[in-house]
Design a protein around this ligand. Structure first.
Ligand code: AR6
Length: 189
């Protein structure tokens, strides 16, 4: 595993982890991309994934999806191969843009995690790694996002969608926020 500072909670069934690292180096069966509705690539983790997977092949696969089904609304997810990544699949989801919590952002963020885990389960992935969806240019407050993400991933483990889910936190500064959220949710009596 190329991640660092990993902290894991073992549940029955499944393991939920939080690590620092670069998700493009994931060894999981699938990684999740925090994409935009056009699946057009962009900056942040989306840009890094397109670059590492091979921009041309991934762009072509994304274009085919958009041609077939139209734009991907926030809260939904779709699948492409991982191309040059070690991960076999990329699950692209669109998180909500933060508008102060007035536009159903909490439910849309939970749905982005849930729908991604659902696809991972449907294609037989045992392990799936997630970035902090919406916590970059979409400006979702990190403490709040962490609580929603971890609760939703725990539920996906409880329901047996996947065996192992890992939150990959890019910035070490934000790691404490995620760990605190995990401790509060899973270790408080
Ligand atoms: N590995 C893991 N996490 C990363 C990486 C990486 N290599 N690079 C950045 N992050 P963002 P969003 C973290 O802005 O807020 C794109 O342009 C980053 O530190 O990538 O959902 C899309 O095309 C942050 O915590 O995604 C969309 O237009 C987190 O990933 C838009 O941004 C998410 O930040 C989506 O915005």
């Amino acid at each position: 595993m190329s991640y660092k500072n990993c902290h894991s909670w073992k549940f029955c069934p499944g393991t939920l982890s939080i690590c620092t690292g670069d998700i493009t180096r994931s060894r999981a069966d699938a990684i999740v991309n925090a994409a935009n509705s056009q699946l057009a690539g962009g900056g942040g983790v989306d840009g890094a994934i397109h670059h590492a997977a091979g921009a041309e092949a991934l762009h072509a696969a994304c274009k085919d999806i958009i041609r077939e089904r139209g734009k991907l609304p926030a809260g939904q997810a779709v699948l492409t191969p991982g191309f040059a990544l070690s991960a076999k699949y990329i699950i692209h989801t669109v998180g909500p843009v933060w508008h102060g919590g007035t536009q159903n952002e909490d439910a849309l963020l939970a749905s982005a995690y849930w729908e991604s885990a659902l696809i991972a389960g449907q294609i037989g992935c045992q392990s799936v790694d997630f970035p902090a969806i919406s916590c970059g240019v979409y400006h979702f407050p990190v403490e709040h996002a962490a609580e929603i993400a971890l609760k939703t991933l725990k539920k996906s483990l409880d329901q047996g969608l996947v065996k192992s889910a890992c939150m990959v936190i890019f910035s070490r500064d934000k790691m404490n926020i995620w760990l605190r959220a995990g401790e509060t949710l899973f270790e408080s009596p």
